[in-house]
Design a protein around this ligand. Structure first.
Ligand SMILES: Nc1nc2c(ncn2[C@@H]2O[C@H](COP(=O)(O)OP(=O)(O)OP(=O)(O)O)[C@@H](O)[C@H]2O)c(=O)[nH]1
Ligand SMILES: [Mg+2]
Length: 362
């Protein structure tokens, strides 16, 4: 395994609208350029609706689909248009993967920028297909970008974390919480809340709206208190870094986290993927065997009920198995058939000594 060239790490940037995904991609792009000019990252823009991206993508969804045309042709609104554009792009995913595989030896990082509307990527079939496909080819990590100044309210913080949690459990991929825009607001409060739920609960208690008119904690407050205990488990499974896509602060720490995530990918995700594949193979095999057993049962029953037809079917049960030598009825090369789509009725096949007389196709 060590003889093989190291595969590039793949980073998927996901986050709420305006969290700074594209600026983040641009920042890590320029960072990687300065680190090693000869091996710049390979970048994919998967946002069909973006007017301007601050980087030069190697693959751009906008080259494949014009989302405004998609809206017109399919009579869709903006979100339907973006989703359909992503679906259309996904039909070409094999070509995209091929291109990435071709470049894999020349790059250390592949970066995916996703559409602004987070749910379009995280809750759509095509988003899942894209993520699963790239993750089965490259060590992948999800960078969940958070707009730090906009999550200082405990309720907003919690809903953002719940969203992150749902994506992590859905993709099962290594996950990094990227607290962006730390030039505006430090992410220290978030780290504190994540490390010690009591500090979160204290912040919640002092936040306006946490008590009703009679001074009792509101339902929302109690709910969030309980959820902070649940999320405690989730926080243990992830890494969190604070960065500023504007100034470049914290980018190195982000790449350290990516490196660590590679190990998680190899130790946890890959074996899980292999297990899932084996389970799928097994259930497919079982379904095949079940279908074969049922067929054989029906077939035997039919022969018992209808011995005349069985006698006519040309198979002499007295004949030894070795007489089957030279018969090759399993593989049908339809391309060679003079009447494609018309099948030979093998029950009308006659054996004459060593010769086989095939019936004419009906
Ligand atoms: N101060 C500050 N502003 C930032 C930072 N990162 C992004 N921004 C600003 O946040 C706004 C949104 O940034 P984008 O990179 O377009 O965010 P996005 O998540 O790609 O947005 P959509 O794709 O439209 O959802 C822009 O005005 C950026 O200049 C940062 O680290 N600090
Ligand atoms: Mg963007």
């Amino acid at each position: 395994m060590s003889d093989q060239p190291r595969k590039p790490s793949l980073i998927v940037a996901i986050g709420m609208a305006g969290a700074g995904k594209s600026t983040f991609v641009q920042r890590i792009n320029s960072y990687l350029h300065t680190q090693n000019h000869a091996r710049p990252p390979y970048i994919l823009n998967l946002d069909p609706a973006v007017a301007h991206v601050p980087f030069e993508p190697n693959i751009d969804i906008r080259d494949t689909v014009d989302y405004k045309q998609v809206m017109k042709q399919y009579n869709l609104g903006p979100n339907g248009g973006i989703l359909t554009a992503l679906n259309l792009f996904t039909t070409k995913l094999d070509q995209v993967l091929e291109l990435m595989e071709k470049r894999a030896e020349e790059v250390d990082y592949i970066i995916l920028d996703t559409p602004g509307q987070i749910e379009i990527f995280t809750w759509s079939a095509s988003g899942a297909i894209i993520t699963d496909a790239v993750a089965s080819s490259f060590p992948t990590v999800v960078a969940y970008i958070i707009d730090t100044p906009r999550t200082t309210a405990p309720a907003t913080f919690m809903s953002n974390m719940l969203y992150a949690c749902s994506i992590m459990y859905k993709t099962k991929l290594p996950f990094i919480l990227v607290f962006n825009k730390t030039d505006v607001e430090s992410h220290d409060f978030a780290l504190e809340w994540m490390q010690d739920f009591e500090t979160f609960q204290a912040a919640l208690a002092t936040h306006s709206g946490s008590k009703d008119d009679e001074g009792e904690p509101t339902y929302m407050n109690s709910l969030m208190n309980s959820m902070s205990l649940v999320l405690d488990e989730f926080y243990k499974h992830l890494k969190a870094v604070g960065i500023s896509s504007l100034t470049g602060d914290g980018i190195k720490e982000f790449f350290d986290a990516v490196e660590e995530s590679r190990e998680t990918y190899e130790k946890e995700y890959l074996p899980e993927l292999a297990r899932a594949r084996a389970a799928r193979e097994k259930s497919l095999q079982e379904a095949k065997e079940d279908s074969m057993t049922r067929f054989m049962k029906d077939f035997t029953l039919d022969r018992a009920r209808n011995p005349r037809a069985a006698a006519d079917d040309g198979w002499d049960s007295e004949e030894g198995v070795e007489d089957d030598d030279g018969l090759d009825v399993n593989i049908i090369d339809r391309g060679m058939s003079p009447w494609p789509g018309q099948y030979i009725d093998v029950t009308r096949m006659r054996r004459d000594g060593d010769e086989v007389n095939w019936p004419r196709p009906s």
